[in-house]
Ligand binder design. Structure first.
Ligand code: NAP
Length: 289
């Protein structure tokens, strides 16, 4: 990579940031596509009122935003995309003449992973484990893709209720009244109350993330018998305890690696107005594995 006075600078802000794979992905794409750009990590502090205008003044062309700033950053932007506004979180900022404009490419990335895996949410019953930022994006994606029902299961049920309220309102606006009626919450310790079968389940908690590979947010055998497809948003380890439970009960399981790659690819495409070739995506996947 050759950096000169015309090289466009991109980056990621968050704290901590040292484990991020984003610089490797973005710099690989730029090199593969011959685009004169460099992507670097920025450890931010909580003073976003200084951080965001500072990076903007320096002409940083685009930023990814990660934990813990995905929601707090929104008040410092010139505008946000409609879906990102509804989710209440952005992870991608694009430089515009008026300031940074925010997008949520987590939802785009997960959508692309599901398409590639042949997992359709249309008319399906979806269960979401967790009620943090990622769970929010999954809940809106489920609505967008025409899920029949949505059950949000969380340790702190109050947070699940917040997502239910926002998704139901969105579903009503879009005329999906049946989904609005069939969106419910459940506290994690009441999981035995979940009836039904053939669920598509999204594991959206931090439990099971490396190095705590052996942990899982739910260890109830009866629950896994109701799971047709389990998607763990975690990608380290590559096969989580949750995925093993799903497979042992006869279901299909996938991890969050493609979501990670496609959220980066989607950000790259928004910034540069290009389409990243599939061959480049496959190279990245091979390298990250
Ligand atoms: P977050 O906002 O901090 O939410 C964390 C969730 O995990 C909350 O619902 C929390 O429950 C739950 N949780 C944490 N510890 C728990 C425990 N011991 N028992 C039960 N529940 C527990 O995090 P996030 O940003 O949504 O991220 C969630 C996961 O998704 C992370 O593992 C992250 O790596 C992954 N992720 C992957 C991608 C990707 O590209 N593949 C993108 C985004 C996120 P409470 O509400 O009760 O605290």
């Amino acid at each position: 990579m050759k950096i000169n006075g015309q090289t466009a600078v991109y980056g990621i802000i968050g704290n901590p940031i040292r484990h991020t794979s984003s610089p490797a992905i973005h710099n690989h794409i730029s090199e593969a596509m011959g685009i004169d750009a460099v992507y670097v990590p920025f450890v931010a502090n909580d003073d976003l009122a200084a951080v965001i205008p500072g990076l903007y003044s320096l002409g940083v062309r685009g930023l990814n935003v990660t934990v813990p700033y995905k929601s707090d950053v929104m008040e410092y932007l010139a505008g946000v995309d409609e879906m990102a506004g509804r989710i209440g979180a952005v992870n991608t900022l694009k430089y515009t003449e008026k300031g940074y404009y925010g997008y949520n490419t987590d939802i785009l990335g997960l959508g692309r992973e599901l398409d590639e895996e042949g997992i359709s949410l249309k008319e399906r019953d979806v269960v979401i484990l967790g009620a943090g930022g990622a769970a929010r994006a999954v809940a809106f994606l489920s609505a967008l893709k025409g899920a029949a029902s949505l059950t949000i299961v969380n340790r702190t049920e109050e947070k699940a209720l917040g997502i239910k309220k926002d998704v139901s309102a969105y579903a009503d606006i879009k005329g999906m009244h049946s989904l609005a009626e069939n969106t419910r919450t459940l506290s994690l310790d009441m999981i035995e109350d979940l009836g039904g079968k053939d669920y598509i389940v999204f594991q959206c908690t931090n439990v099971g993330l490396s190095p705590r590979d052996d942990e899982c947010v739910l260890n109830d055998e009866a629950f896994y018998k109701k799971v047709a497809v389990g998607v763990d948003l975690i990608y380290k380890p590559a096969v989580t305890r949750f995925m093993k439970y799903v497979e042992d009960a006869g279901g299909k399981a996938v991890n969050g690696l493609k979501m990670l790659i496609y959220q980066a690819v989607s950000a790259y495409e928004i910034w540069n107005d290009v389409r990243v070739p599939e061959s480049v995506v496959s190279d990245i996947e091979r390298e990250l594995k």
